[in-house]
Every structure is written in structure tokens, then in C-alpha cells.
Design a protein around this ligand. Sequence first.
Ligand SMILES: Nc1ncnc2c1ncn2[C@@H]1O[C@H](COP(=O)(O)OP(=O)(O)OP(=O)(O)O)[C@@H](O)[C@H]1O
Ligand SMILES: [Mg+2]
Length: 443
Amino acid sequence: MANPITLWLKRVLPHTLLARSLLIIVMPLILLQVISTWVFYDRHWSTMTKRLSLGVAGDIAMVIDQRAFARSEAELARINVLTLWNTELQAEFHKGEILPNQPAVDLVGTFDDILRDALRERVRRPFHIHWPEGKERDVLVRVQLADGVLDVVIPRQRLFSSTTYVFILWMVGSSLVLFAVATVFMRNQVRPIRRLATAADSFGKGRDVADFRLEGAVEVRQAAAAFLQMRDRIRRQLQQRTDMLSGVSHDLRTPLTRMKLQLAMLGGSPEVDDLKADVTEMERMIEGYLAFARGEGGEAPVPTELNELLSDVVAAARREGMPVDLRLDGPIRLPVRPQAFRRSIGNLIANAGRYGKHVWVSAAKHDDSVEILIDDDGPGIPSEQREEVFRPFFRLEGSRNPETGGVGLGLTIARDVLRGHGGELTLDESPKGGLRACVRLPA
Ligand SMILES: Nc1ncnc2c1ncn2[C@@H]1O[C@H](COP(=O)(O)OP(=O)(O)OP(=O)(O)O)[C@@H](O)[C@H]1O
Ligand SMILES: [Mg+2]
């Protein structure tokens, strides 16, 4: 059992290389920002705001104390004017008024708390902080004095610094720019890897890899070069195998023809007839193999409408008198080697027609695969022999009688061709009673 946390992490963390590398870049960036914002806010901004508030509160206390010593209305007025000039605070006295009983602040926020604490510390009288509506730049502080209420309008810029937001804005903005630049660069790094993956995938499906070239970082180039070498080696090996086998088959034909001639001159005894039949069968086997090897080389995959191809093959089988049902399920377009593909599907339909009375062919496209089913109502193949029949020249009947069938290469060839397309051919029991050949190709 895997650790549930590991499983959860696996599910949550991004899966593509691009997303992962961006995460690796972005995570420290965000962490750095959070830490520096926190340090800035906690150590710098709040201390500074506290000092500013204390300053303003001190000014207000100063005004109040000055007023206590004033002996005339004129002197009071002068104090107000001087206050405005020197401290930007606008003071106005309302004689006889009493502050209503209410909390000291309108809003509750860090800033109000700081100002409230400062006023409590310096003014030491009942007060009320009020944020006047429509006047975004001011704060109104009302202080209860012995004979009335003193209103002091404070410009907000005396209380806190507006550069804080600029600081955060710069930080967020610059990291967004960094992130964008990183995304562009990382995408360029990831692209060659993605191309290599696509190329390897296409090659596995027997398709051509158009204009694949070495690009990207050294490691990616190395992997791509290794892939190209491997591809060429595999191609060479396949070619060599086909060339060798067809060479051998071809060379066997000459002695066989000679043997046939000699047998013809021996006249007709039962032993000679048996030998003749054997030689004829060998000849057929070799012809069968040569026909296969000839079709192997050189054909390039082309985008094909699978439905058209299947309809063609089925039509050909019907012309030979086979009752074939064809069921197609929406258009399917795939790059295939048309001749070879046609032959392998043809082989499967021929088998079904030979061993059954009726043949059903259907094709359907799934998410990432295409499935072609060929069913018949014949005797089927016992499950323990469903792999053996793929062996070259293997035939269930055992007899080598040409009337009852072919040479036993049909399934071998079909599977070889389909695997060359990155697909697979399997045999199964058919719901129709006979054998089901199931072709599965990568879409
Ligand atoms: N649809 C089927 N129903 C029952 N048996 C089958 C079916 N298809 C194939 N077989 C068995 O599998 C054997 C191998 O099939 P394969 O197509 O390779 O050779 P073949 O049909 O005998 O000859 P060839 O196809 O080369 O002319 C057949 O001889 C037959 O015994
Ligand atoms: Mg066959």
C-alpha cells in the first residue's frame, strides 16, 4: 500500500514537465514574496504607522493643552490658525456639545487600532474616530473637552504612507513579468522533448516521422540522436530479415523446379505421386512466403479512410460469393500502409469465409484506439491453439491438402502487418458461434 499522502501529492502535483518546472521556479518566488511582504509589513509598516499616529496624537494633545491657557476667543482663533499652518490639522470647537456614547472607532481595522492606541496614550480624554464619507483624504477625530467637543480633521497622508501599495504592486508586477519570461523560456526547453516523444510514438506505430531534427539542450539532443540510431538499426534489421528470407525462398525454387522435372520423368507410381504432391506443396509455401516478402518492403503509410478500405475489401469478398455483413460506426482516418493492411484484413475475412457460413465485419473508433472485429459462425479455434495458429505454415486441419485451404501463412502475415502498424491481432470466441479476430490499432 502506498502512502496516502504520496498518492494525494501525485494526484495534485502537475503532470507535465512544463508545469512542473514552472512550479519549481514559481514556488520559491511566491515564498520569497510572502516572507518579504510579511517582514516589511510587520517590521516596517506597522512601526512607521505607529510613530506617525503618535505624532498626530501628540499634535492634538498639544492643541488641547494650548487651548487651556488661552484667555480670549481671539487667542483661541489664533491657536486654530497656527495649528493649521504648522501641523495641517484643522481644529474646530463646538461649545457645550457632548460626545454620544459609542465605540471609539467607526471601523475596526489594524489602522484604527493603531490610531486609537496612540490617541489614548497622548490625548487621555474620551474621543471618537470618524471616517467622513465623501472625504477620502481626511480622518475626523472628535475629542471631549470639559466644555465642549473639539473636532480635528487630520489629512490621511499624515497618518500612513501610501507607498506601501506601490511596493506590493511592484513586487507582484515584477514577479508576474518574471513568470511570463520563465514560461516562454521553459516552453522552448520542453518543446524538443515533446517532439522526441511524438517521434518515438509515431515510429512505434509504423508511421513516418516527418522533419525530425536534433534540437534543444545537450541531454535532449543525446536522447534524440540515440533514438534516431535505434530507429535506423531496427529498420535495417527488418529489411535484412526480409531480404534474407526472400533470398533463401527464391533460391529454393530452382532445385524444386529441377525436382519436379525429374519426378515428371519418373512416371506414375503411388510413391512418385506422393513425392509430387510434397514438392507442389513446398512450392506453394515458398510462393506464399515470397508474396508476403514482396509486399513487405517499401510501402509508406498514407492517411486512409478506413471505412472505404474496409468496404473495398468486403466488396471483393462478396464478389467471391461470401455473405459478409459490414457495420461501420462513423468515419475513421488512420495512416496505414494500404496494400499490406488490405491484405491482412483480407486474410482474416478469407479465413472467416472459409471456415464459417457467414461473416460479420465491424469497425469502431474508441478514445485512443480503433477496433476492427471479424466474426464468423464456423467451428472456431480451441483456446489452447489460438496462439499456435499464428506460427508460419501452421494449420489446424493437419492435412496438407490444397483443396481445404491455404499454406498457413494468412494469420502470420496479418499479425506481422498489424504489429508493424503499432497494433495487435488477437483471436477469441465469437458471439456468433465461431471465431472472432480482433484488430486493435492505436488511433
Ligand atoms: N475463422 C477461423 N475459424 C476456424 N479456424 C480458423 C479460422 N481462421 C484460421 N483458422 C485456423 O488457423 C489456421 C491458420 O490460419 P491461416 O490463415 O494462417 O492459414 P490458412 O488459412 O490455412 O492459409 P492461408 O491463409 O495462408 O491461405 C487455419 O489453417 C485454420 O485451421
Ligand atoms: Mg488464411
